[in-house]
Design a protein. Sequence first.
Length: 301
Amino acid sequence: MPNTNRANRPKSANRTTGGTAETTEATGTTGTTGTPGTPRSSGAGGAPGAPGASEAGAAPGTPGSSRAGGAPGASGTPGAKGRAGAKESAGPAAKTRTNAAPERRGELLGVAAEVFAAHGYNATTVRRIADEAGLLAGSLYYHFDSKESMLDEILSAFINELWAGYDAVLAAGLGPRETVEALVTESFREIDRHRAAVAIYQKESGQLAGRPRFGYLDDSRRRFEQLWVGTLERGVADGVFRADLDIRLAYRFLRDTVWVAASWYRPDGPHGPEEIARQFLSMVLDGIAVSTGGTSQPRPR
């Protein structure tokens, strides 16, 4: 898991949003490069993950890594509150609201995640994020010291949350098939919670891989692969999965077909993440053909 402990940030300036006083931070967040095994601090809103498929021919979008309790809402929903009223002023307010800063940070990370996912990291400017959030461009720097800091919080919070869920599955001591079922279900739940963060990872992980600040993405990808390959190997050894199963091919198929769902899944769609996981597992583990009790033969074309 990435080490995401961040320096304490003194709170100072106050801002006014549509007549309501709101506490802001004097300095932005400063992310640190993570090392596996240490969870991130909880100051970020919800954000992705480490899905990553680096093998040739694999579809992008495989997650993987460690989780910390980020504040909810950073990857999924845009901050509509900011756009509903007038843009915030960077000037001091007469009154402070002590619980406003963490909530507002979560809203801003949610806006940033949606903008990054829609337009790409390089094409997104701080001004564009501020406009979507209903802020003056300079006001965004009361919360974050850079666009990169926002991206770091979005991705690390998603990855940390994903791995908290995966670690809980592993701690349950399930059999190989039940482990696959639980991991798939947890993956779809994370897509539901952090769809925008998954989309960002799928688009940006290649260019981020060389930056020390985002080294935890590669750590997560490696750990993710070890977990899934190890579970499949255990299933073959235990006689739960077929002896002729190509482990690497099965891993890539499971990984890519699960995480590509971020491109089409919508929280307000007809199926929730648990139902999608159930249908997916039924097709993968039991097939889609009706069993006739005999060995099926391929149909001539």
